[in-house]
Design a protein around this ligand. Structure first.
Ligand code: BDR
Ligand code: CA
Length: 322
């Protein structure tokens, strides 16, 4: 049975691969995309999302544009600067042909609320950017939390940050929104943090194999992966050079087969005030909060990932359809 999902994206290079996996894998049905300010402005994220869907021949998947800034702050904890590490990994515009497709609305939050309110089948919500749209939906609709059966978040980290020493970008970019989402009481929340996505990092040989399919998705994924490898090698090298994570696509892969990640059910909170630690996901690996503050587990946190299985999903999704 196919699994339905809505992707909330700040399309960048890894979001683009996540969109293609969600749109093209036989076991998934991408119901729609919502966009959010993140890797680049929300307008660029929307255009990038539409370009991806058009390029891979899935123009009917609706795209709704969302929030232009975090829910409580005028800007990220520090304003975005062109030329910073994130913009070098993604760039403002993806290198794909222009599209005439347009967003269906500028009200992603309303789209999320209405779609989950009226859903007759289960739809998973997969946010892979800052959590601004999701927090806004929670604030506007008291039933949103119970209408969404499952949330799979790419974000956070246990070991180290990528935007600051303490924080991963998606959580750092709207920490108040992230704190709301983790504290909301969704039925099932899975978090795919950097700790897992780095274990599923891919290399040039993987890109070559995707490119060899000759499909638009295979060629685009190869372009994005090669760009990411070059960027990571120059600014955030992995222990083995020549590899780069495709964070957001791993969150989508976890819907195809949960065993692609190894999870533990733990309590997760988000730091919103620390001057050095704002945006840090505080993961209670030793179950201290439950014992002393009575905060129960709220999240299935991925600490590991299976690179080969992850790649096999990309490989099958981006191969020519029979
Ligand atoms: C996350 O931040 C963004 O730059 C990526 O698209 C991904 O969602 C990784 O920290
Ligand atoms: Ca993203």
């Amino acid at each position: 049975m196919t699994k339905k999902l809505i992707l909330d994206v700040d399309t960048g290079t890894d979001d683009a691969v996540a969109i293609m996996l969600a749109a093209l894998h036989d076991d998934l049905e991408l119901v729609g995309c919502t966009t959010v300010n993140g890797n680049t402005s929300v307008e660029n994220c929307t255009e990038n999302t539409l370009k991806v869907l058009d390029y891979i021949g899935m123009p009917k998947i609706p795209v709704h544009q969302g929030l232009t800034r975090p829910i409580a702050r005028q800007d990220f904890p520090e304003p975005r600067k062109e030329g910073d590490q994130g913009s070098r990994i993604h760039g403002p515009k993806l290198p794909l042909p222009d599209t005439s497709l347009k967003a269906k609305s500028n009200n992603a939050v309303e789209y999320l609320i209405e779609t989950f309110r009226n859903a007759t089948d289960e739809i998973a919500l997969v946010p892979v950017g800052p959590l601004s749209n999701i927090a806004a939906a929670l604030a506007l609709d008291p039933d949103f939390v119970k209408n969404v059966p499952e949330v799979v978040i790419m974000g956070g980290s246990h070991g180290w940050g990528n935007r600051t020493a303490a924080a991963e970008f998606n959580i750092w970019a709207d920490p108040e929104a992230a704190a709301m989402v983790f504290g909301a009481g969704f039925r099932k929340v899975t978090m795919v943090p950097l700790d897992a996505t780095y274990q599923a990092a891919l290399c040039t040989a993987h890109a070559d194999a995707l490119e060899a399919h000759g499909t638009p998705a295979g060629k685009a994924a190869a372009t994005f992966l090669k760009h990411r490898i070059a960027s990571y090698d120059s600014i955030q090298p992995l222990p083995t050079k020549g590899y780069a994570p495709i964070h957001d696509a791993l969150a989508v892969a976890a819907l195809i087969a949960p065993e692609v990640i190894d999870t533990k059910f733990l309590h997760v909170d988000v730091e919103t005030v620390g001057t050095l630690t704002v945006g840090r996901t505080v993961i209670d690996t030793q179950v201290r909060t439950e014992a002393f503050r009575r905060k129960p587990a709220n999240c299935h946190v991925a600490f590991g990932a299976n690179r080969d299985l992850f790649f096999s999903f990309l490989n099958s999704a981006f191969s020519p359809k029979a």
